[in-house]
Design a protein around this ligand. Structure first.
Ligand SMILES: Cc1cc2nc3c(=O)[nH]c(=O)nc-3n(C[C@H](O)[C@H](O)[C@H](O)COP(=O)(O)OP(=O)(O)OC[C@H]3O[C@@H](n4cnc5c(N)ncnc54)[C@H](O)[C@@H]3O)c2cc1C
Length: 519
């Protein structure tokens, strides 16, 4: 059986970007907007709402459960690649940090994608977005910082004041409302307007492309295929893994690769899937004195505290504090790379073992190389939407990324040795006090570094169709009526947790798409 329906805009994916896009495009009451989401509505689940439980959502049905290919850079390991599958997308399972990043990072965007992405316009869009999130009480600072987080803040500040390190410790703002998660779905679409249709549990199979124009999308299974038509545009917001997959399944991608899977090329676009990049964190972990143990199960008191005033362990997103820090000038790397090269996420837990019940009292300073050079790609494993694509972020394939992390380990050690944090610490567990040489640190980094869950760049924007997938206004090169607006279009990965930048991209995209489709 087949059926069809017509809309003005069809948005694929109700994640961080898709929810912003839907709210903005539907602000024009005359536009019929359809938002399609493969996952369900899980906003009310307690494990989604409680910040400290976000790690427990991984590997559940709320996660696409992707993993990366075996990686030489990670000593032959594969890596989990969690992505949210629900209304709200990854903003429904993420760690909630809302960071606008460093404005100068987006100058690189202007260099590759032109004036639409100038710093002033981006800062204005970020400011407007912050205002919108504040007006729905969807971002806030934590009501309480764990004692070890407080000790980190004081120790890092003291190490900076004494000139031992350079940087800025910070308390991270987050997407919570009165201590409970606010996904993009809640922040932007809690009361959707009448001209917006939201369909959850609806998997888009492929795009419908006719004569160089995207007519709509195909959803459903073989016993009931539906074609949904879009007069003014289809916007892919399926994220950095699924957006390139959907393009390739629809015949937009590198011709040779498509042919390997029996897919007829509609548009030869060599850059689809290329350029994938992710932040990687090495968890410098310390055994803490037993009074610092963060619970992995909640007491009645914890539940009552969180319900009444959002305090206590349940309200912690585990990474309340951190900040950006420089590599030492003796490191020999150019200033542009050295400055704010390391982002820290400080957790009151053993990063590798929490939330297991037997995870010991520990504190982790997770060291992230904020500007990784290594790049990889998303490619198809088969021509079936139900087969996960092959994901290779190229982790640590460029040895300069290892050097940055190794120097970050020394930075973390310096802070951990500073009072008052030193008082909480018993001894170093990872990489371990005896691991000091470059070769020892490299081995530990390749064995234990973990994703920080920030894949971007697999359909990057740019001017040259041979080197990019969308133009600066996010129109897919070579085909009409098709846009991409999500983490996949980032031409570079900014020094930040990306969700604020993803939402900013969606917000700018909505304006550009409405203007373009009206002309
Ligand atoms: C565990 C974790 C922790 C993170 N922590 C942070 C953090 O603290 N701060 C931060 O800034 N960033 C964080 N991130 C990253 C951030 O959440 C993402 O960068 C951001 O949410 C990406 O937004 P997006 O719109 O591009 O994709 P997503 O939010 O992933 O949305 C894509 C949507 O498309 C849907 N979809 C995919 N394929 C189809 C299909 N075929 N048909 C229909 N729907 C489809 C998906 O189900 C999903 O809902 C984290 C991510 C994870 C997974």
């Amino acid at each position: 059986m087949t059926s069809r329906s017509t809309y003005d805009y069809i948005i694929v994916g109700a994640g961080s970007a898709g929810c912003v896009l839907a709210a903005k495009l539907a602000a024009d009451a005359s536009a019929r907007v359809l938002l399609l989401e493969a996952g369900g509505d899980h906003r009310k689940r307690s494990d989604v709402q409680r910040p400290a439980e976000y790690l427990r959502l991984q590997g559940t049905s709320l996660d696409w459960n992707y993993s990366t290919t075996v990686s030489a850079g990670l000593a032959g390991r594969t890596m989990i690649c969690p992505r949210g599958r629900m209304l709200g997308g990854s903003s429904g399972i993420n760690a909630m940090i809302y960071h606008e990043g460093l404005p100068e990072d987006l100058d690189a965007w202007q260099n590759v994608a032109g004036d639409f992405w100038n710093r002033e316009a981006i800062e204005l869009a970020m400011q407007e977005l912050r205002g919108e999130l504040e007006s729905t009480e969807s971002i806030e600072f934590p009501a309480e910082i764990t004692p070890t987080g407080q000790a980190f803040m004081a120790a890092a500040k003291s190490a900076c004041d004494q000139g031992k390190i350079a940087g800025r410790p910070e308390i991270y703002r987050r997407t919570t409302r009165r201590g409970a998660r606010q996904s993009a779905m809640q922040a932007f679409l809690d009361s959707p307007p009448a001209n917006l249709t939201i369909r959850s549990d609806t998997m888009v199979q492929r795009l419908e492309i006719r004569n160089g124009r995207t007519a709509g999308v195909v959803v459903g299974k073989s016993n009931h295929i539906e074609t949904l038509d879009a007069n003014r545009g289809v916007i892919l917001a399926a994220g950095a893994i699924a957006s390139p997959q959907l393009l390739m399944l629809s015949g937009i991608g590198p011709t040779k690769h498509l042919a390997e899977h029996g897919i007829t090329t509609q548009i030869d676009s060599p850059a689809v899937g290329a350029g994938l990049v992710d932040h990687l964190a090495f968890p410098v972990t310390f055994a803490a004195k037993s009074t610092a143990r963060f619970p992995s199960r909640w007491s009645m008191r914890d539940l009552v505290r969180w319900s009444y005033d959002q305090r206590g362990p349940i309200g912690s997103n585990l990474a309340e504090v951190g900040g950006f820090f420089d590599l030492p000038s003796r490191s020999g790397v150019p200033d542009a790379v050295r400055e704010r090269a390391i982002q820290l996420h400080v957790t009151p837990t053993h990063y590798l073992r929490y939330p297991a019940d037997d995870s010991p009292a520990a504190i982790t300073l997770a060291v992230t190389g904020s500007q990784p050079i290594s790049r990889g790609r998303v490619s198809l494993r088969s021509a079936e939407i139900d087969d996960s694509p092959s994901i290779d972020p190229g982790y640590l394939s460029d040895s300069r990324d290892v050097e940055v992390l190794a120097q970050g380990v020394e930075l973390a050690r310096e802070i951990a040795a500073s009072e008052p944090l030193a008082d909480w610490i018993d001894h170093e567990l990872l990489p371990g006090e005896k691991r000091r040489t470059a070769a020892q640190l490299e081995r530990a980094i390749r064995r234990f570094a973990l994703t920080l869950y920030h894949p971007v760049g697999s359909c990057s924007m740019g001017i040259d169709p041979a080197a990019s997938v969308v133009d600066p206004q996010l129109r897919v090169h070579g085909v009409e009526n098709l846009y991409i607006a999500d983490a996949s279009v980032f031409p570079t990965l900014p020094r930040a947790n990306p969700q604020a930048t993803v939402m900013m991209v969606a917000s700018r995209a909505a304006g550009a798409i409405a203007n373009h489709s009206a002309s």
